[in-house]
Design a protein around this ligand. Structure first.
Ligand SMILES: *Cc1c(COP(=O)(O)O)cnc(C)c1O
Length: 470
């Protein structure tokens, strides 16, 4: 029995060309259909075939993809998808995914060009936010993983910190700080790395939803007084609920003066550093000891592509590197080219995520991406202004970047049901959050395809439903 390649490549090649054409058709007309459609039970059932034991023709499998999978995707490529914080992708990114899969490179390490591409992408990322180009880093699944890696590195960059790799954190009273509005993955990182979520102090925020610097300073002092060991301050550049940006200069200065690691979670907000009209909100990001952000959100690289940057390359390697006989580094040959990316995070085998980032940044350029970020913020400003003009609507939070939280002047239950109705009707896909105890309709404009007309359609549909209710 031979390998898995076809005897005759012509059939698969023709199918590949058809897939490419179909996907370009889909992207070209992505705004025509509903944003999202719920997957019917019979189609869910149809996917439950049990393990296939015998070969099937790729054409048949593709027909199943077309019928059962493609129609029921998340919808984040659609211009009226505004829920959560989702990037929309690009045609260039899609092609890059295909090329990367064709090379099928393992970017855990070794001496090959894909490693050099990832190193270059990390240098570009550092340049984007004003960190030195000697900054270490790697591409990961997303900001959840990037934040985890930064927090682990920070905990091991303490005096005797590297010893924790052998002894475990045990009774070491390490504590860290983030605003109440920090993303849930920060607490999760404290949980996963054994520090425990109680060791993450959640600092109060001001009226603008930003971390209160005085409260941070007081919390650090109180922990020191009590004999605990503060080690990290996590600021957020672009909070997930309202898009607020912590005062990075002030928070960074407090961290530095207290001898603490200054980490920034800039999952989507970091991209605003490229945006001429919004970059000033991120002043101070260049002071960070580490930064987590996503290329798959505002940079429009297809999922998944997160990035962690760590200013002190030595501290990064000291936190993760291992020496193992079966991963011996050599001075030449395929096992050369140390350090390897597997020394900088938990993954050994790693895909070639860097290619889609490299191709996206190459195709559009940082300036064009920055203009796109400004354009998203302008759409958000248009939505906020419209909300303020409509007597039946109420804005619930200030709009700094690209997130608008508002509500119909009706009960929380009405607003929550309204969002589900809009999603199920395929008209628009905002999400919800809670602002000052009230249910908010939340529109996050992270999508380069979303226009003023799209957010107006959201408002029109919301108002129509509100009126037909009364
Ligand atoms: C999305 C987000 C995260 C988590 O990033 P993933 O890529 O989904 O893992 C963390 N922090 C903030 C502020 C986010 O918006």
């Amino acid at each position: 029995m031979a390998g898995l390649d076809p005897d005759d490549w012509r059939g698969l090649r023709a199918l590949g060309h058809r897939m490419l054409d179909d996907m370009f058709d889909r992207l070209e007309h992505v705004g025509d259909g509903p944003v999202w459609r719920p997957m019917p039970g019979q189609d869910r059932d149809a996917l439950r075939t049990g393990l296939p034991r015998r070969p099937a023709p790729p054409e048949e499998i593709y027909a199943r993809f077309t019928a059962l999978i493609a129609p029921y995707a998340t919808g984040n490529t659609h211009p009226r998808f505004m829920g959560w914080v989702h990037g929309a992708g690009t045609g260039v990114g899609m092609l890059a995914e295909m090329l990367a899969a064709g090379l099928n490179a393992n970017c855990g390490g070794r001496d090959h060009a894909p490693i050099e591409v990832e190193r270059e992408v990390i240098r570009w990322a550092a340049e984007m936010v004003g960190l030195p180009t000697t900054t270490s880093g790697l591409l990961v699944t997303g900001s959840s993983m990037a934040n985890l890696i930064a927090i682990v590195t920070a905990s091991r960059a303490r005096p005797d910190g590297v010893a924790l790799r052998h002894t475990g954190v045990g009774a070491r009273p390490l504590v860290g700080y983030a605003a109440r509005t920090a993303h849930g993955c920060i607490a999760r990182a404290f949980d996963i790395c054994g520090l425990g979520t109680d060791s993450l102090r959640l600092i109060d925020t001001d009226d603008a939803h930003r971390m209160c610097p005085q409260a941070l300073a007081r919390a650090i002092a109180a922990d020191r007084q009590a004999g605990r060991e503060p080690f990290i301050v996590v600021a957020t550049a672009g909070t997930v609920d309202v898009g607020a940006v912590d005062d990075l200069e002030t928070i960074g200065a407090i961290a530095r003066d207290a001898g603490l690691w200054f980490h920034v979670d800039g999952a989507f907000g970091a991209l605003a550093r490229l945006a001429p009209r919004h970059r000033a909100y991120l002043d101070g990001i260049e002071q960070a000891d580490s930064l987590a952000f996503d290329f798959h959100k505002w940079a429009q690289v297809p999922y998944d592509a997160g990035c962690v940057l760590i200013r002190d390359a030595g501290a990064h390697a000291a936190a993760f590197a291992q020496t193992l006989a079966y991963l011996q580094r050599e001075d030449r040959g395929l096992a050369g080219n140390a350090p390897w990316f597997c020394d900088l995070g938990p993954d050994l085998s790693r895909g070639f995520r860097a290619l889609k980032v490299w191709m996206t940044l190459s195709a559009y350029g940082a300036d064009r991406l920055g203009e796109m970020v400004d354009a998203c913020c302008a759409v958000a400003a248009h939505l906020a202004a419209r909300v303020e003009r409509e007597p039946d609507l109420e804005r619930l939070a200030p709009v700094t970047l690209n997130i608008v939280c508002f509500r119909v002047r009706a009960s929380d239950a009405f607003n929550a049901e309204l969002v589900k109705d809009l999603q199920e009707a395929g008209i628009a896909a905002p999400s919800t959050t809670t602002i000052n105890g009230r249910c908010a309709i939340r529109a996050a404009i992270v999508n380069h395809r979303t226009t003023n007309a799209d957010v107006d359609a959201l408002v029109d549909a919301a108002l129509e439903r509100a009126r037909s209710r009364s």
